[in-house]
Design a protein around this ligand. Structure first.
Ligand code: ATP
Ligand code: MG
Ligand code: MG
Length: 557
């Protein structure tokens, strides 16, 4: 879209406003089915719908599309509300439930029956499906299609009263079995489900289908723009048809909802359908819906993503009319960009090896000044303890380093950040041949901030004091799947592409003492390692950090 014109949805809304539609109101809705936790695709939809409300000074409803009691649970309702609020949005008034409209929907179904626009079909689902035809071949009309309104009404009441088993009767709209649009070939409006509903209990044993629920719910709430994903484009004629039928004989309403479709968000190296995510949870492949490897909003939150970073991602992705796949590196880029401004820099050594400064006094502690965030002066500085015994990263030392290795090795010099330049004199190995201790001398002339030595070294290492640092566990996450499109293989199950190394737990980490008071979900940049946040599994004396993302940006701008 040309600059300043906004995306195509903005253009459509501008046009409607220009034509004075809906009395100038803009009311959108986010309509999740409470059958799972929300994922990053839903976050896109949330940002879009609530974003339109903000832009047009309108509102956005939260509506639970709870018409299938077999799959829906209160746990999901609660998680959805939490996730929407976490993203920073607040819906208009109370949340809505499609189940609140069951009485009204039932009345409208009766209206259609009386008008000869709906009939009860005794056939089973597979028979009905077999009669649907193909896009190029018309369907077959059901032998029950021409029942009288009286008979249909009687049967529909008996469906409602529980006289039929699941699958024995359905209510269908009587439209056109030869329509070029398959969705117009007498779609099912109601089916029998003998299940308790999480809100209506056992009041109903017939439940309306999505197509007979969604547009009418939009209408009841006064939604003006019903934004949904592209697969519903082919449902739009049906959406409008049902609205026409229920409005038949009524005065022209002030508001009539209009469905507009956009391309759903897809991201590589993950799966994004609730059904598959539920399978990962139920089979224990992940620790739960909020496992930090999950593309769920709760997973991203636990991983250390900020609401701002998710919103920035949704903005960057934009609104498309064609399906496409977004590189997960863009999502990582967005959180990196946000945490770079936000997260204090701290020192953590995740795979420690001891380093002893042989010429440093035994009981001396120097409290070195360290800037909290070079990107944000207002975050100030803190003091970190420098002592004779330190820990550095095991991979920052090599016994026989190649030329280009600018870290530590026998005889080599490096700077310890916010400390001194040190030189490696010797090292000791344990019985397994692993380096156990590294012995260095420090040069007192080289203290950071007041270096008078004129020495130049190529490598700067992070470190923590062996005596003052605190233990921590670090969970390093990698992609959950090794394949770009794990669910896109016809012959193979998506679980065959799981990355066996998606989680690596490091239990012997040491972090600087300032982290003692870190709180759940606080984010930090562990210098040279990446961004990490405090996992809710942390306790008073056992800190657990999740790696949100590494420092290296792989996003190609
Ligand atoms: P899933 O297939 O993952 O279960 P769904 O569409 O069935 O998703 P709903 O709870 O019905 O899940 O979705 C609520 C809203 O979020 C709908 O308006 C839907 O269009 C939107 N939505 C779902 N997935 C995506 C996605 N990947 N990108 C953009 N919007 C999405
Ligand atoms: Mg849905
Ligand atoms: Mg679904």
């Amino acid at each position: 879209a040309p600059a300043g014109k906004g995306n195509f949805i903005h253009q459509e809304i501008d046009k409607d406003l220009g034509e004075g539609k809906n009395g100038g109101a803009v009311l959108t809705r986010f309509p999740p089915e409470p059958n799972g936790y929300l994922h990053i695709g839903h976050a896109k939809s949330i940002c879009l719908n609530f974003g339109l409300a903000e832009k047009y000074n309108g509102g956005c409803n939260l509506r639970f599309d709870d018409t299938n009691p077999a799959k829906e649970e209160v746990e999901y309702v609660d998680s959805i509300k939490k996730d929407v609020r976490w993203l920073g949005f607040e819906w208009e008034g109370e949340e809505h439930y499609a189940s609140d409209y069951f009485d009204q929907l039932f009345e409208w179904a009766v209206k259609l029956i009386k008008a000869g626009k709906a009939y009860v079909d005794d056939q089973a689902a597979d028979e009905i499906a077999a009669q649907k035809g193909t896009p190029t071949r018309p369907g077959v009309e059901s032998t029950f299609r021409d029942r009288s309104a009286e008979e249909n009404l009687d049967l529909f009441m008996r469906m409602k009263n529980g006289e039929f088993k699941e699958g024995e009767r359905v209510l269908r709209a009587k439209i056109d079995m030869a329509s070029a649009n398959m969705h117009m070939r007498d779609p099912i409006m109601y089916r029998v489900i003998h299940k308790e509903h999480h809100r209506t209990g056992d009041k109903w044993c017939i439940y309306p289908m999505y197509d007979f629920t969604h547009g009418q719910s939009d209408f009841i709430e006064g939604i003006t723009h019903s934004i949904c994903t592209l697969e519903f484009e082919v449902h739009r004629p049906l959406y409008n048809w049902f609205l026409e039928q229920i409005l038949e004989g009524e005065p022209e309403p002030e508001r009539k909802p209009r469905q507009i479709e956009f391309a759903r968000l897809n991201i590589n190296y993950t799966v994004m359908s609730k059904r598959r995510l539920l399978e990962l949870v139920q089979k224990g492949i992940v620790s739960g819906w909020d496992d930090p490897r999950m593309p769920t909003i709760s997973g991203l939150r636990r991983r250390g993503y900020t609401p701002e970073s998710v919103r920035a991602f949704a903005e960057r992705v934009g609104v498309a009319k064609r399906d496409n796949i977004i590189d997960v590196a863009l999502l990582e880029h967005c959180v990196r960009e946000d945490l770079n401004k936000r997260a204090p820099r701290v020192n953590a050594v995740i795979d420690p090896v001891k380093l002893v400064l042989t010429n440093y006094p035994e009981d001396q502690v120097e409290w070195m000044e360290a800037i909290n965030n070079p990107e944000d002066e207002s975050q100030g500085s803190r003091k970190i303890p420098f002592t004779r015994e330190l820990y550095i990263e095991r991979n920052d030392f090599m016994e026989e380093p190649p030329k280009k290795f600018f870290r530590l090795g026998p005889g080599r010099e490096v700077r310890l950040k916010n400390g001194y330049i040190i030189q490696c004199e010797d090292f000791k190995k344990n019985e397994n041949g692993e380096v156990e201790e590294i012995y260095c001398t420090y040069d007192p002339q080289t203290r950071s901030g007041s270096d008078t030595s004129g020495k130049k070294v190529k490598g700067t290492l992070h470190w923590v004091s062996a005596t003052h640092s605190i233990p921590a566990e670090v969970r390093q996450y990698d992609r959950l799947f090794m394949d770009e499109d794990p669910a896109g293989h016809k012959e193979k199950d998506f679980k065959e592409f799981l990355n066996p190394e998606s989680l690596k737990v490091l239990t012997k980490c040491r972090v600087e003492p300032s982290l003692k008071d870190a709180k759940e979900l606080d984010s930090f940049q562990f210098q040279r390692l990446g961004y990490f946040c405090v996992d809710p599994d942390s306790t008073e004396d056992h800190l657990v950090f999740n790696r949100t993302v590494q420092l290296r940006d792989t996003w190609a701008k």
